[in-house]
Design a protein around this ligand. Structure first.
Ligand code: RIB
Length: 302
């Protein structure tokens, strides 16, 4: 991965506000993906910091952005650990709400055969409200880009879009987990990243080609079955099929979105934004968990 192939303005630190989920990921490594009614043994269980929003906040901060995270934790030790981690990653946590009536979000991940299956218990993430977003009004109004995902209530996402519209601030979406999107969200998004498998739920029953034709320069689609990303009538292979270099495939979409966003803020061509997003997502796949492999711009540009 060559950071020098991307244009970075070293005097510019993009202001990014990430609005989304934060969780503790409990990961079970098994040699075989369990089927229904089957019991398998795990080689190892580990916990990591995760949640799509927190992953994007950490990724963009390590890539040189000045980041605010807007999210929610429960009043429990996991919540405190997450806040400490975000603070250690130089992220402003002034707009993370503590929901005393809830626990912190947890994702239960089974990682096997180079794939993963994730069950998320949103807990506090489901309580993120328009009022929590309102509290971050000033930070949002000053952002170069706002990033969000769909692991928080759609009501909160819709409120966020209205706020960005009011302040004329760009907003981008990683449309995961899949939910049907309103035309307003589609129209207003600067870019949307989605997975092929989720397209019908997000956009309705058209083919990938038809949907992409309607959204040139806006929709970027990752296909996990053939490790390809589709955009603007073209495609780019994004995954080295080298199992030795693959630890977990978790967090690749968050890493892609973040790398793309940073290259975009530094005004790179779309093709190079896609390439940079791909490179960052490969880095994350080489390490366990969704955050540990994310690179630091300051180490790469020396
Ligand atoms: O996108 C990866 C994330 O999805 C799940 O929500 C896990 O928290 C994991 O970190």
């Amino acid at each position: 991965m060559d950071f020098r192939s991307i244009n970075f303005n070293e005097n510019f630190s993009p202001k990014i506000v990430v609005v989304g989920s934060c969780s503790i990921d409990l990961v079970l490594n098994t040699s075989k993906m369990p089927q229904a009614n089957e019991t398998v043994l795990a080689d190892q269980s580990q916990s990591f910091f995760g949640g799509k929003g927190a992953n994007q906040a950490v990724a963009t901060s390590r890539l040189g952005a000045s980041v605010y995270f807007v999210g929610a934790v429960g009043a429990d030790p996991h919540g405190q650990q997450i806040l400490r981690n975000l603070r250690d990653e130089n992220i402003n946590i002034g707009f993370v709400a503590e929901k005393s009536q809830s626990s912190t979000g947890t994702a239960f991940v089974t990682a096997a055969e180079g794939k993963n299956a994730i069950v998320v218990v949103p807990a506090a993430n489901n309580l993120l409200s328009p009022m929590d977003i309102e509290a971050a009004d000033k930070a949002i109004s000053q952002a170069d880009l706002v990033l969000t995902q769909l692991e928080i209530p759609l009501e909160a996402v819709e409120y966020l879009y209205k706020k960005c519209e009011k302040h004329n601030v760009k907003i981008a979406l990683y449309a995961s987990p899949a939910k049907k999107l309103s035309q307003k969200i589609i129209d207003q998004s600067e870019f949307i990243l989605a997975k092929t498998a989720d397209l019908a739920e997000i956009f309705g029953p058209e083919s990938r080609e038809q949907i992409m034709k309607r959204l040139p320069n806006k929709l970027f689609v990752r296909d996990d079955t053939n490790s390809t990303i589709y955009f603007n009538g073209t495609e780019m292979s994004y995954y080295r099929n080298d199992p030795a270099q693959t630890a977990h495939k978790m967090g690749m979409g968050d890493a892609f979105t973040s790398g793309f966003a940073i290259a975009y803020c530094h005004k790179n061509e779309i093709k190079n934004c896609v390439k940079f997003g791909n490179d960052i997502s490969l880095k994350v796949a080489e390490n366990r968990g969704s955050q540990s492999g994310l690179p630091y711009l300051k180490n790469e540009l020396v």
